[in-house]
Design a protein. Structure first.
Length: 265
């Protein structure tokens, strides 16, 4: 797949408006396939093109970090057949695409838990990290056997071990301490959180990192998602008013406070 597709050109985004970190829940594969009378696995296969086209679109737009939810800690609840397919297919996608990602100067990172995950999947993830370690472009954070709550639990365990060893005092623990113990502490907070497929929930994805993310739930299922839809989301994001808990009065407070009471004689 070419980085730049003929006839598809990225729009001009307002200066400084492109989010540094975009997170995507790639949802709707199974429903897309079932709606066409096909097994759910066909939807996952169709989603590979969407993933690569979206990565290319993110690179073109100037996104610094793209996190994608490939397999969650809750996905083990699915049927054994689907779990087997998802793990094997994810492994094969990583193997097939790593050379292309390297050619695009994309650095691959893995976020997730090793226990239960197939050794062959971990090997492909580590190989992709190694092969792209010198890439200086966008970071692709591949979240495999990942859960936001699990990540926070793992971080707390690490901090508790440090406290028990006398390396840190409990009263010194703060938000920065927890951030440093996350799977990928060097990555910036999530600015834009996108979920395909029409569902409106975050599904335990990057809970800490997405605390102040702008949320977008798009109707298109993942097999229909592409770089153009990503760019549409980026343009929407450019017009969001992000206040991070702060607020500014839209009226002249002094003028209102000193204005005569309309009901006072």
């Amino acid at each position: 797949m070419p980085l730049h597709r003929n006839g598809v050109t990225a729009p001009l985004f307002p200066a400084g408006s492109v989010p540094a970190h975009v997170a995507i829940v790639m949802d709707g594969n199974g429903r897309w396939a079932n709606a066409r009378g096909l097994p759910r696995t066909y939807g996952h296969r169709a989603g590979e093109f969407s993933l690569m086209d979206t990565i290319a679109g993110a690179v073109e737009a100037g996104v610094a970090v793209l996190s994608v939810y490939a397999f969650s800690t809750e996905n083990w609840k699915r049927s054994p057949a689907e779990v087997k397919f998802l793990l094997g297919y994810s492994r094969d996608v990583i193997h097939r695409c790593r050379e292309q990602l390297r050619a695009w100067n994309v650095r691959v990172l893995w976020s997730g838990r090793a226990p239960r995950l197939w050794r062959s999947v971990i090997r492909e993830l580590r190989d992709a990290e190694h092969m792209t370690a010198d890439c200086t472009g966008m970071v692709l954070n591949f979240c495999m056997n990942y859960g936001g709550q699990a990540e926070i639990v793992d971080a707390v365990r690490t901090i508790a071990q440090r406290a028990a060893a006398g390396e840190i005092k409990p009263q010194a623990i703060n938000a920065a301490t927890i951030e440093h113990a996350l799977y990928q502490p060097s990555l910036p907070p999530v600015d834009l959180f996108i979920r395909s497929g029409g569902e409106r929930r975050t599904s335990n994805f990057l809970l800490w990192q997405a605390a102040y993310a702008e949320l977008m739930f798009v109707p298109e299922p993942w097999p229909e998602f592409n770089r153009s839809i990503l760019w549409r989301c980026l343009l929407d994001f450019a017009h969001r008013d992000r206040r991070f808990g702060g607020a500014v009065d839209a009226v002249d407070v002094v003028a209102v406070d000193t204005a005569p009471d309309a009901h006072h004689d």
